[in-house]
Design a protein around this ligand. Structure first.
Ligand SMILES: Nc1ncnc2c1ncn2[C@@H]1O[C@H](COP(=O)(O)OP(=O)(O)OP(=O)(O)O)[C@@H](O)[C@H]1O
Ligand SMILES: [Mg+2]
Length: 511
């Protein structure tokens, strides 16, 4: 027990502390004199807008980045020596972006980079045993020999966590682990984290979802523009107060009223679509209409939209795009793009962005033809175009000359969305459009999606964020086991009706 009476919510001794950390990238200060201390058995929330410095601070704790100033201590001893030293000290980080190798199996991924020095194992069978134990510990059953690339995003997320748990950490850092999860999976994860904390683990938990913070955290630290705003026991604050601290101003969480829409002709039509995990789907999206796809992660929504637009192989069925009275079949992704289909994929980091290219280049890439005059791209025109889009999605900092890879996770998502919005597409397919995006940017992206629909674009949205799905969609198809389990619109569409249709098949990935 500790003598510190001011934080009864966190009874254990301090395991890890960072003092006066400063980290600069070029001229910009990503983390500006931040201190944080986390106790054993505590779940410590870390919140802040996109680009606030959360991931950077956590990379410093995990030894991936070296601070320019300040010190990290574990059990009072300074931590130096990079990731290996951090791992040996028992610090495990679950990254914001999935970091597994798709070509390797679950077992191989869990043990990837595991050092026999710490675990005391060397042979393959023992390593497998460790992987199996870690999965059991978090209560998730995944085939150890399945290639990770074939797992649903939710299962991959759980494998990432198993990977961290297999290292027997004393400090577990999770950077937005629920961004890819449905409410049921999130619920499962949060309960699991509470159990791990009860066992004495110190947990640092990053999320943009305020209710999660209030549900599981003992204390919460707020960062803004790289600076420490404060650390507060969760019982001493409120969601509104926390959001105020994050954005530094009074912020009204605007609950949008559903749009009045008068959809036009059918633009995107799918008939009898079959593919991996998709078992026969018919669906239409009209001009000016926003069609939402709800359901659990793993229900086949991503597989469905990818098969529809030719990004993955379709085993049966026909998909057409109709524009200017002409109907064309979509046989490949190229033909989809040619016929005015834009696609904002789920895994933006791998599918959506060229990280070593500038923001301007990334935004210009799919819009080359429009921006070129006589086959020549004019730099000033590209800049003006890219800047306008970057501003409209609220990119921070709004510097389009910087490499996309230098932006925070949420800001990278805004760049991908910006580049497709610029095309003024006939059809836009968005998979989890605001995952990992902060509250302000989210409202902004919703506004942009509505604007596109109002201009006549046919919009198809996959979202696991129920309020988002309900707020955006004119019609919601709930997908379960690769089929449409039900279709909802108007007042009958609410959280309960979507969830009950979605949950008919039970939860994915839970033991
Ligand atoms: N490798 C890098 N090079 C240059 N700048 C970087 C680099 N990594 C981060 N930054 C900058 O540091 C700042 C903090 O980024 P960080 O990723 O820590 O934010 P975050 O709070 O995790 O945001 P998000 O919620 O979007 O994930 C941002 O302005 C970002 O652009
Ligand atoms: Mg981050």
């Amino acid at each position: 027990m500790t003598a510190d009476q001011t934080t009864p919510e966190a009874p254990g001794p301090v395991v890890i502390e960072a003092e006066s950390i400063v980290k600069r990238f070029g001229g910009a200060t990503a983390v500006d004199d931040v201190s944080i201390a986390v106790r054993s058995g505590e779940i410590h929330g870390l919140v802040g807008e996109n680009g606030a410095g959360k991931s950077t601070l956590m990379r410093i704790l995990a030894g991936i980045l070296t601070p320019d100033q300040g010190e990290v201590r574990v059990d009072g001893r300074p931590l130096t020596g990079g990731t290996r030293a951090a791992l040996d000290a028992g610090i495990a980080l679950v990254h914001q972006e999935l970091s597994l190798v798709p070509e390797l199996t679950t077992a191989e991924n869990i043990m990837l980079g595991a050092f026999p020095t710490r675990l005391g194992f060397t042979n393959a069978r023992q390593l497998r045993g460790v992987a199996a134990t870690a999965l059991r510990e978090i209560g998730v059953s995944v085939d150890l020999d399945e290639r990770v690339g074939r797992l649903s995003v939710a299962l991959r997320q759980f494998v990432e966590i198993a990977r961290a748990v297999a290292r027997k950490p004393r400090v577990l850092i999770l950077d937005e682990p629920t961004a890819t999860l449905t409410p049921a999976e999130t619920d499962y994860l949060l309960t699991m984290l509470q159990r791990l904390a009860e066992g004495g683990l110190a947990i640092i938990y990053i999320s943009h979802r305020i209710p999660e913070i209030f549900r599981i955290c003992d204390r919460v630290t707020v960062l803004r523009d790289g600076q420490l705003i404060g650390t507060t026991p969760i019982r001493a604050t409120t969601p509104a107060a926390l959001v105020d601290q994050m954005v530094g101003r009074e912020y009204k969480l605007d609950l949008q009223i559903r749009r009045e829409s008068t959809p036009g002709e059918v633009v995107l039509a799918a008939r009898g679509v079959r593919a991996h995990r998709v078992h026969g789907v018919d669906l239409d999206v009209r001009a000016g209409e926003i069609v939402g796809l709800g359901g659990l992660v793993g229900a086949g929504r991503t597989e469905l939209v990818r098969a529809m637009i030719g990004a993955d192989i379709r085993t049966a069925g026909r998909v057409t795009v109709t524009a200017h009275g002409r109907t064309r079949s979509i046989s490949s992704y190229q033909s989809a793009v040619r016929n005015g289909v834009a696609y904002v994929p789920e895994e933006r980091r791998t599918d959506g962005l060229a990280l070593t290219m500038s923001v301007a280049e990334n935004i210009a890439l799919p819009n080359r033809r429009r921006l070129a005059t006589g086959g020549v791209l004019r730099r000033s025109r590209v800049s003006a175009f890219a800047q306008r889009l970057a501003d409209s999605v609220g990119l921070r900092p709004p510097d389009i000359r910087k490499d996309a890879g230098d932006y925070s996770g949420g800001n990278q998502q805004k760049i991908v969305i910006a580049k497709w919005l610029g095309r003024n597409p006939k059809v836009i397919v968005l998979d989890e459009p605001t995952r990992g995006v902060d509250v302000g940017a989210k409202a902004e992206i919703h506004r942009l999606i509505r604007e596109l629909a109002d201009q006549g674009t046919a919009v198809l949205v996959v979202s696991s964020d129920l309020p988002e799905l309900l707020e955006l969609s004119d019609v919601i198809h709930v997908i379960r086991d690769g089929r449409i389990a039900g279709t909802l619109s108007g007042p009958e569409a609410d959280e309960r009706s979507v969830m009950s249709l979605a949950a008919g098949g039970g939860m994915v990935g839970k033991a």
